[in-house]
Design a protein around this ligand. Structure first.
Ligand code: A3P
Length: 277
């Protein structure tokens, strides 16, 4: 009941991705106007894709977000090379494996979305059970141990987050939290638009917000991701629950205490704090 993962340079990733392409991504070109949505999986990637895509389409679109904003690691080298700038791409790569290797000193723009790691762990658990490729048949307790060790897709959460958090003040990086989107979606839409260099009037913010709520995305076939990967029957939908604090329905007291101790050990002094409820 363990996930089958592939690794590149110590970075574990989804077994369906092409390792030789992952190895080349740091040399993928960056052009002015390129925009990346970067996350550790299950942190609000799709949600942010929906918002960015709607901003780019002026509030109305009839295309799937995974074609509007492709996943860099999964499209493969030929499709990636064929994309002409400016490109908008999604990625789960850690900071130093990004195209150009050092986003803060590149000409691209980057939106990084972080989510409290207890909810990330729970969401990733359902994700691992959902996709056949992970071959994960364990229970929550089993998954919790894998998450703590970083033996999950995209590795240790603490490493991923820290690489990006260190560069959060770079002017071409916007560091946002899932919980902030959840607490004030219109303000988050506005912040994202401003970062992209677009000024939206209130009517447009309202229009984009309405199409980016959990309820509307859940029923939107153009917003459900990802396409094309075999799904285990009876598993939870991709747009699953969308709340802050679902970890409380999964973590035992002992797991919660252990996780908090690990968080304090690794993150104290960084100033990075999350809302856990
Ligand atoms: P849950 O499994 O906790 O429900 P990603 O896109 O990075 O894989 O993240 C998926 C998580 O974001 C899932 O979390 C999903 O339900 C949640 N999500 C997607 N769209 C959302 C929205 N509009 N509002 C709140 N949460 C959303």
């Amino acid at each position: 009941s363990i996930q089958l993962l592939r690794e590149f340079d110590g970075f574990p990733f989804n077994p369906l991705l092409d390792a030789s392409w992952i190895a080349e991504i740091p040399d993928y070109p960056i052009s002015p106007g390129d925009l990346y949505i970067a996350t550790y999986p299950k942190s609000g990637t799709t949600w942010t894709q929906q918002i960015v895509s709607l901003i780019q389409w002026g509030g109305e679109k009839d295309t799937h977000i995974s074609s509007d904003i492709p996943w860099l690691e999964s499209i493969g080298k030929d499709s990636a090379r064929a994309l002409s700038p400016p490109r908008t791409l999604k990625t789960h790569l850690p900071y130093d494996m990004m195209p150009g290797r050092d986003p803060a000193n590149s000409i691209g723009k980057y939106i990084y979305i972080a989510r409290n790691p207890k909810d990330v762990a729970v969401s990733l658990y359902y994700h691992a059970k959902r996709y056949a490729a992970f071959q994960f048949t364990g229970d929550w307790d089993c998954f919790f141990e894998l998450f703590m060790k970083g033996e999950v897709s995209c590795g240790l959460w603490f490493h991923h987050i820290f690489g990006w958090w260190e560069h959060k003040d770079a002017k071409n990086i916007l560091f946002l939290k899932y919980e902030d989107l959840k607490k004030d979606l219109p303000a988050s839409v506005k912040t994202i638009a401003q970062f992209m260099g677009c000024s939206l009037d209130d009517a447009m913010i309202d229009k984009i917000t309405k199409q980016s709520t959990f309820e509307s995305m859940k029923d939107d076939p153009l917003a459900n991701l990802p396409l094309g990967f075999p799904v285990v029957s009876g598993s939870t939908p991709f747009i699953r629950k969308g709340v802050i604090g679902d970890w409380k329905n999964h973590f035992t007291d002992e797991q919660s205490t252990r996780f908090d101790a690990e968080y304090t050990k690794r993150m104290s002094g960084t100033g990075l704090v999350f809302d856990f409820q």
